[in-house]
Write a protein that binds this ligand. Sequence first.
Ligand code: PHB
Length: 388
Amino acid sequence: MRIPTPLVAACLSLVLAGTASAAQDLKIGMILPMTGPFAGHGQELENGAKLYMQQHGDTVAGRKIRLIIKDDTGIAPAISKRQAQTLLIQDKVDILAGFGMTPSAFAVAPLASETKTAMVVMNAATSSITTQSPYIIRTSMTLPQVTAPIAAWAAKNGIRTVYSITADYGPGHDAETQFIKTFTAAGGKMIGSVRTPTQNPDFAPFLQKAKDLHPDAVFLFVPAGEQGVAAVKAYKERGLDKAGIKLIATGDIDSEDVIGAIGDAALGLITSFHYSDAHDSPENHQFVTAYAKSYPGQRPNFWSVGGYDGMHVIYEALKKTGGNANGDALLEASKGMKWMSPRGPVEIDPQTRDIIQNVYIRRVEKIDGVLKNVEFDKIEAVKDPGKA
Ligand code: PHB
């Protein structure tokens, strides 16, 4: 029997369409610093994302999730942009994710807009990033969000004068601006501020200047990791503590990956932040235990939780859209999403697409021989004040 050709063609295209949609992997292109000074952090974020996938399976709404990781080496916007182009054009990814450093998120935002691709920022923390494209959602923090609480705490706790030292790029500028705004509004007085180079800064001269000016406290922001170790050590070596000058900072300075390397010099340090592995909740205990099991000898930090929660938003949004990864659909599904993170209760602000979360004031203590950021106060449901 001869089947008419148009019918064959119609059947064939139906079969092909069916196979394509059933079998099509959903690709997430993740851009992270996997080499260079922030390589450890790229790894921590990837670890968090992969832990979420281990716990929740690699198939969502019938689509198998594939992560494709690309290295942007750190603060290198041209490389981030090139990696995003490769991911979009060659790999044909459905979603862009990761983004450790602010310049990387800024460089890629226009591509997310042009291609209408959802872009999940899992660390980069300059407030204005989410204004760069309507396709951006952020699951980390903003610097104004974590800075305002320590400025308010300082003013309430007998610190009347402050000298500020912050890294000279987006998040540092945000930290400096918000600190000055909140601290002076609460009656505090700034006696100066200085910005440090982003690459390998030598903190000694900046801290010496602070010592000479003798404020009640120095406020510090450094972009995570090795710089935190260097800054706290220089503060001690220059004798600022002995001169009665306190050190206050956002929790970037003493995250779980470096607090051990800072050592006892960190004891008593007061910081404000959205995540500590010492956060006391069932969700966090489970997260910390699972992380240590999958990555022996490592502690999760804010990069890990940013990756873990970023995957949560992607999974839950895909469930709502029935596996449709269209950027507009995913964004609609993500806005207003609420869940219990290892850090506490969180929500994606439907207006700004930034995360609303508790910010905790913490003190470094030694518990069973391990240095930890122990939370002793919290400010609930903090929205990014940088856009107010
Ligand atoms: C950023 O580049 O946005 C960034 C990097 C590291 C941090 C905070 C912000 O600890």
